[in-house]
Design a protein around this ligand. Structure first.
Ligand code: NAP
Length: 291
């Protein structure tokens, strides 16, 4: 039987609808939540992510402030813009679009973002708070994944979750959130050093693929009935498309959906949730600033 589709687009719409009254309440007090975006260089994928985030802000009546710097700018130029955003009371959230050009230290730049405006949840302060379980901005993609799992009624307590990927922005925070008492999963984290990936993935009640490897997860790597969350977004060549490429996830969607109990599509799964949780964090930041 084909798997239940976990519809990130619909859930994102529901979460955004819930933000509407909160934004209206802020507006009544003269506050418009503002997201400041810094884009360095002209990487086409980064440009399209930034455009999507700004469009989402304007659809909800939020402000977005965009600054662009050339790819050959210095780390000092980037830090100066971040500091301007930190000091601007109209800015409640700061997003530095990654990746930054070679030669620029991403961690040095991220550390400059005020933790109170770090709506991506990338600063060491926010990551530390997340690990301890203190109030913080959760990183948007892991937060979106957790919401998708929770809302879909997937049982997490006592479940074995396998996370394929250990990046600072997706895999590691996801693994951490899954071990929270409120979720109570037992977590295995896989990476390129994992000896037999399939042996681990086949034991997953909840399998989360965040490797950036097109269709890495095949049907014979999935336990029947498992919940499969595909975070991957990969461009693969496709001569039948006008653009010459198409998007695929880290999961062989067609085959795996015959085995899994539930599955996210790409696109339309985790992606819309990521942007939505960024808006969510920005509204939260504006509310905190208005208190
Ligand atoms: P990343 O920084 O490149 O990390 C990838 C991780 O996967 C690494 O830990 C790597 O292991 C592991 N990995 C790669 N190939 C593997 C393999 N064959 N077997 C086992 N592990 C493997 O990527 P990321 O930033 O976390 O992003 C991951 C994917 O999610 C990308 O496709 C990205 O585009 C997508 N993404 C989507 C959203 C969204 O909103 N939908 C948001 C963010 C990212 P090592 O540590 O050993 O190298």
């Amino acid at each position: 039987m084909p798997a239940m589709l976990l519809d990130g687009k619909k859930l994102a719409g529901d979460v955004r609808a819930g933000l509407g009254p909160r934004i209206a309440a802020l507006a009544a007090r003269g506050v418009v939540p503002g997201l400041a975006v810094l884009l360095v260089g002209e990487d086409p994928a980064s440009v399209s992510y930034v455009t999507a985030k700004e469009k989402a802000c304007s659809e909800l009546g939020m402000n977005s402030f965009e600054r662009r710097l050339p790819a050959d700018c210095s780390e000092g130029d980037i830090v100066r813009v971040v500091r301007e955003f930190n000091a601007d009371p109209a800015v409640h959230g700061i997003l530095v679009q990654l990746p930054l050009p070679k030669g620029i230290s991403e961690s040095r730049v991220i550390e400059e973002i005020s933790p109170e405006k770090d709506v991506d949840g990338f600063t060491p302060v926010n990551i530390g708070r997340m690990v301890i379980g203190d109030p913080c901005f959760l990183p948007c993609t892991p937060h979106g994944v957790i919401k998708l799992i929770e809302v879909s009624g997937i049982k997490t307590a006592g479940a074995h979750a396998v996370v394929v990927g250990r990046s600072n922005i997706v895999g590691k925070p996801l693994a951490n959130l899954l071990t929270r008492k409120s979720i109570n999963a037992t977590v295995t984290v896989c990476h390129t050093g994992t000896r037999d990936l399939a042996e681990h993935t086949r034991r997953a009640d909840i399998l989360i693929a965040c490797a950036g490897a097109p269709e890495l997860i095949k049907a014979d790597m999935v336990k029947p009935g498992a919940c499969v969350i595909d975070v991957g977004v990969n461009r693969v060549d496709d001569a039948t498309k006008a653009k010459g490429w198409r998007l695929v996830g880290d999961v062989d969607f067609r085959a795996v959906s015959e085995i899994a109990g539930s599955i996210t599509p790409v696109p339309g799964g985790v992606g819309p949730m990521t942007i939505t949780m960024l808006l969510y964090n920005t509204v939260e930041s504006a509310e905190r600033a208005a208190r």
